[in-house]
Ligand binder design. Structure first.
Ligand SMILES: [Zn+2]
Length: 365
């Protein structure tokens, strides 16, 4: 049995202990046991274990005297596979300390902050639901947060959510949506010695690519943040042989769209740009509004300080958004280092995030 996690000690030591508990996706039972056991020692938390998801809520033991407002603070406990980077190690000292190891950045720094603050704040100014979930780094169907959203949406109820994914300890609001579509071009095959007998599908691709190359992506303001969209060809296939006029060419396009659009609006836009061609949408995930106009979010911004930035990728904040809960990313570490073999997290980021959450949830302490 590993040493029990100490949530009352130094949060960077806690981060190292979490890294040392290997938890590659699908293998989270040990770390979930440890997190559950550690949280159960605090009487102010009601702890629920569901598969390898652990939920801990304040305000459930006051006989119904919970706060009016509830926020959700979530993080995933799995990592991508180990690359010779466990156990953890440190370099530097004092404010320059860097913690290295699998999950340091994505996202055990955030989980350490969650656990440390969950233990420290018994009477938050707004109630908190702490969520620790499994299988974020693998396919959608295994995602622990998605499963809880389906089976126990009440566990995730709140007016605002924070996902502690790495964001350099700054606030990244919402996230963009993403849509993939295929443009099918059909011609008529012929021997290339008698090209006039056929119709070249690859040549038709020039028209589609010309439109995409000339496309000017919009910059869209949503809840005070500016999102840069993009519509790009990401793959092209076609051609049969060196002496055949091709009758088929497929162009895959990827549309990254601002979170003010739903799936239907995004699809309508792609169809409008590619009018006259056969377009089939193959995959879509809508974005998430940053929701920075919510009172809980405004106080969160004040506690963290700095300027919020838009998130350009897609993250699990969109799951909250789909449930009507606006969400932001806020966590220690540089997202560019997520999944890298030399993954690391600056200790200063971890302390900064912890202090910001404390200022937000327990301003008097
Ligand atoms: Zn992550």
């Amino acid at each position: 049995m590993p040493e029990p996690l100490d949530l009352d000690g130094d949060v960077v030591d806690l981060l190292r202990a979490l890294i040392d508990l290997e938890s590659v996706s699908g293998d989270e039972a040990v770390i979930a046991d440890q997190i559950e056991g550690a949280l159960r020692r605090y009487g102010h938390l009601q702890v629920i274990r569901d598969g390898n998801v652990v939920v801990a809520r304040t305000g459930m033991r006051r006989g119904g005297a919970g706060r009016v407002d509830r926020v959700v603070i979530a993080g995933h406990i799995d990592t991508v596979p180990i690359a010779g980077n466990v156990p953890s190690w440190v370099s530097g000292a004092g404010p320059e300390t860097i913690v290295w190891g699998r999950g340091a950045c994505d996202m055990k720094g955030g989980v350490a902050v969650q656990l440390s603050v969950a233990a420290a704040v018994a009477e938050p100014v707004r109630d908190v639901t702490w969520v620790f979930y499994d299988n974020e780094e693998v396919e959608e169907s295994r995602n622990g947060l998605a499963r809880i959203a389906r089976e126990h949406p009440d566990y995730l109820a709140g007016s605002f959510a924070v996902l502690c994914e790495p964001s350099n300890a700054g606030i990244e609001g919402g996230c963009q949506g993403t849509m993939r579509a295929e443009v099918e071009l059909r011609g008529v095959a012929a021997h290339s010695a008698r090209a006039w007998k056929g119709h070249n599908a690859i040549h038709d691709a020039a028209v589609v690519l010309g439109r995409l190359a000339a496309y000017e992506p919009a910059q869209v303001e949503v809840d005070g943040l500016t999102y840069r969209e993009g519509l790009n060809a990401v793959k092209i296939t076609g051609g049969i042989a060196g002496n055949v006029i091709p009758d088929r060419c497929t162009i895959e396009v990827n549309y990254r769209f601002a979170p003010n659009k739903d799936a239907a609006q995004a699809e309508a836009h792609v169809r409008e740009v590619l009018a006259g061609f056969t377009v089939e949408v193959t995959d879509v995930a809508v974005g998430a509004r940053p929701g920075l106009d919510q009172p809980a979010a405004a106080e969160f911004l004040a506690a963290v300080g700095g300027e919020p930035a838009p998130k350009f990728g897609w993250t699990d904040v969109a799951r909250f958004s789909a449930m009507g809960v606006p969400a932001v990313n806020f966590g220690p570490g540089d997202p560019m280092k997520a999944h890298a073999d030399d993954e690391f997290c600056p200790a200063a980021d971890v302390y900064r995030c912890r202090e910001a959450l404390l200022r937000w949830l327990a301003p008097a302490t």
